[in-house]
Design a protein around this ligand. Sequence first.
Ligand code: DX5
Ligand code: ZN
Length: 218
Amino acid sequence: MKPIIAPSILAADFANLQAQIEMLNQSAAGWIHCDIMDGRFVPNFSFGLPVLEAVHKHARKPLDVHLMIAEPQYYIENFKKAGASNITVHYEACTHLHRVVEQIKAVDCKAGVALNPHTPVALLEDIIQDIDLVCLMSVNPGFGGQKFITHTYPKVAALRELILAKNAQALIEIDGGVNEETAPLLLQHGADVLVAGSFVFQATNPLQTILNLSNLST
Ligand code: DX5
Ligand code: ZN
């Protein structure tokens, strides 16, 4: 099977966002990954609802929205209205995670849960059957272009085991430091979706870079 490639527009040229979205429309990307940062859950800001809405006007691929925000439960409907297809919240940001997952599904979005590098996959045991996607952070969230944390490889394998053991359907997405070295190993360990920011947008040929990633096999 081929992986889903989700380029992260955090690394795009924000002054030429329309052109960058059109490039992604032409590409082998399956999803467009949109990183929302609030300066509270993570020590950085990115962009919010109006920009997402503008992206959605031009995008012809599903928007994979990664909420790195505190108290995401108050904004699920807003992100749905702004064009999200997938909404991923952080495990660490949700006291009532099951309720937030239900909220996401109630607005007809795919529900994702993201784990910070220090959060063990075993904590998903009682929610894995209810979610569509697990996003394993392979860097500490907040910034693009960081070094890949290699402890992610055994985590991917452990998550694949948990999914099999629970007969769950969740996809495994990896976010941070994905490049030509880490991607094949992540897929060998059981990943389904690869997010790539700087590797795609800093490439001399982003279209070819996305195609190469999508031609790797899972
Ligand atoms: C990090 C974001 C990532 C980021 C990945 O907080 O969640 O999606 O854009 O960037 P790269 O691929 O450059 O590590
Ligand atoms: Zn992300």
